[in-house]
Design a protein around this ligand. Structure first.
Ligand SMILES: Cc1cc2nc3c(=O)[nH]c(=O)nc-3n(C[C@H](O)[C@H](O)[C@H](O)COP(=O)(O)OP(=O)(O)OC[C@H]3O[C@@H](n4cnc5c(N)ncnc54)[C@H](O)[C@@H]3O)c2cc1C
Length: 464
């Protein structure tokens, strides 16, 4: 048994909430930190308290799961130290630097569960920086959190299941969805069916969204190559190419996204070893099936360790917490042995389903070859695809951090969280290497933007 345990969980989404519940059930009082003002994470994001929309309206088929996560967290409040509106922007062994309600503080931990979720994976097209272009997730946040649409005539473009879910949510809420433009083809989706039937309920939901959109006359096009977003001071339309030729369509807003990317920076600056995951085409922190990383006392759960979806995030949160309890001698493995086996089986099924989703909505591998020199890749530092290519050719840079040092790609406010994927694709293509070979941008503090001066004016240490 380890005395003076102080577990801290970063993230109050499905993974973080189930991790906290499990630790509390076994007598611990975790600290739960989340930069959002209310718990729920991305999928079960709650609107401001005075908004009056029902869970059914907000979460559709997922309303009962949302309710369960929300109610669980509400019930945990007397037993945990919940700190909302608290961004963890830096970490080193045993300490987290946080920004809470605009004030800096340090939170100490003996054991840490990172359940930091994901953000959109963005692949730029000409015009993507025109006002009126959002990420797919951003478009959903506008609807879920603020109850508003990103425009009157919205085009959703890219690939992934969120494309259809968000189109459905927008159309259901009364917005006009001008078109859903998917780079994946029907053949991709047919080929993925054997893997997707592993989770029939999720597959049925997806088919329902597509059927509903079709029945309501929403234009849906597969196998597209997005060409550009049109407009000057504001989006006025989109252009794309497909087997029939080039097309354009008027709209006043575009939601763009190609699946999700895990938020791995905290794991990175805490020293976790990373590996290249071919399936997700991403560098991810290594962890075992139980959620342990290569750093003692540090555990990962949910989409922050690889995209597996919300249901799997709940299982992974519980699993990581049970591992922490077992590692510290609080719960001998055998006590929760059956539960552990059940959780592992759920997570394995989710992994197989994930493989199906990647087959159904494949990464558009030709993107890097097609993206024009003038397209801005890193909007913080205004670095174009052409500048990346010229830098690589002129200097012989073949690795992402070298490229960053030479042309500032990924050096701005987002620290590469938005542009890192696209920049690595461009570098790999123009140097004839694989995305794995060009590596990844190393995580740096602050992992998310903080006000100027915060990093140098740290408050006196505060124990959690
Ligand atoms: C924008 C968006 C919308 C999505 N919508 C849907 C949907 O409608 N349906 C669906 O099935 N799936 C959706 N997904 C995927 C789904 O959200 C995830 O599968 C699921 O939420 C994963 O749960 P999680 O607990 O791992 O992470 P999340 O639910 O993402 O929770 C992570 C939490 O960590 C917090 N956090 C992250 N970094 C820090 C930090 N440095 N400091 C403090 N707090 C931090 C975040 O505020 C967040 O609350 C969406 C994903 C995104 C990115």
């Amino acid at each position: 048994m380890t005395d003076n345990l102080q577990p801290v969980i970063v993230g109050a989404g499905p993974a973080g909430v189930r991790a906290a519940q499990t630790l509390v059930r076994h007598g611990l009082r975790p600290v739960v930190l989340d930069e959002s003002v209310r718990w729920g994470g991305q999928i079960y994001r709650q609107p401001p308290a005075h908004f009056q929309r029902s869970k059914k309206v907000l979460y559709g088929f997922d309303a009962s799961r949302a309710e369960s996560v929300h109610d669980t967290m509400a019930g945990l409040l007397p037993h945990i130290d919940y700190q909302p509106d608290t961004l963890v922007w830096n970490a080193e062994g045993g300490k987290l630097d946080v920004l809470r309600h605009g004030q800096t503080a340090t939170v100490n931990y003996t054991h840490l569960i990172l359940a930091t979720g994901a953000t959109d994976r963005v692949l730029p097209v000409p015009g993507w920086t025109i006002p009126g272009v959002f990420t797919l997730g951003g478009a959903q946040v506008a609807l879920k959190f603020q109850g508003c649409a990103i425009g009157r005539h919205v085009v959703l473009m890219g690939t992934g299941p969120l494309l259809y879910l968000i189109a459905y949510q927008y159309a259901k809420a009364g917005a006009h969805v001008a078109a859903v433009l998917d780079t994946a083809t029907l053949m991709d989706q047919v080929a993925a069916l054997p893997a997707l039937v592993q989770q029939p309920a999720v597959l049925a939901k997806g088919l329902y969204y597509v059927g509903w959109l079709r029945a309501h006359g929403v234009r849906m096009q597969g196998g597209v190559q997005p060409l550009r977003v049109l407009g000057d001071s504001r989006v006025s339309g989109v252009e794309w190419r497909d087997a029939q030729g080039e097309h354009n369509l008027a709209c006043d807003a575009v939601a763009l996204g190609y699946g999700l990317r895990s938020e791995t920076q905290l794991a990175d600056i805490l020293g976790c070893r990373f590996y290249f995951d071919e399936l997700q085409r991403a560098w991810l922190p290594e962890r075992d099936a139980a959620g342990r990383t290569t750093v003692a006392g540090l555990y990962l759960a949910g989409d922050g360790a690889g995209i597996l979806g919300a249901d799997a995030a709940e299982s992974a949160g519980e699993r990581a917490a049970l591992t922490l309890l077992a590692d510290t001698g609080r719960v001998p493995e055998a006590v929760d042995g059956d539960r552990v086996l059940a959780l592992d089986a759920t997570l394995e099924r989710a992994q197989r389903f994930r493989a199906g989703l990647e087959r159904a909505f494949p990464f558009p591998a030709g993107w890097a070859a097609q993206v024009q020199d003038e397209v801005v890749i890193c909007r913080c530092e205004e670095v174009t695809a052409g500048e990346l290519r010229r830098t690589a050719h002129a200097t012989g840079a073949v690795e992402m951090n070298r490229l960053k040092a030479l042309c500032r790609v990924g050096m701005g406010r987002c620290q590469g969280r938005m542009c890192g994927v696209a920049a690595a694709e461009v570098l790999a293509h123009c140097t004839g290497r694989s995305v794995e070979q060009v590596g990844r941008l190393r995580g740096q503090a602050p992992v998310k933007p903080i006000p100027f001066g915060v990093a140098t004016v740290l408050a006196p240490e505060e124990s959690a």
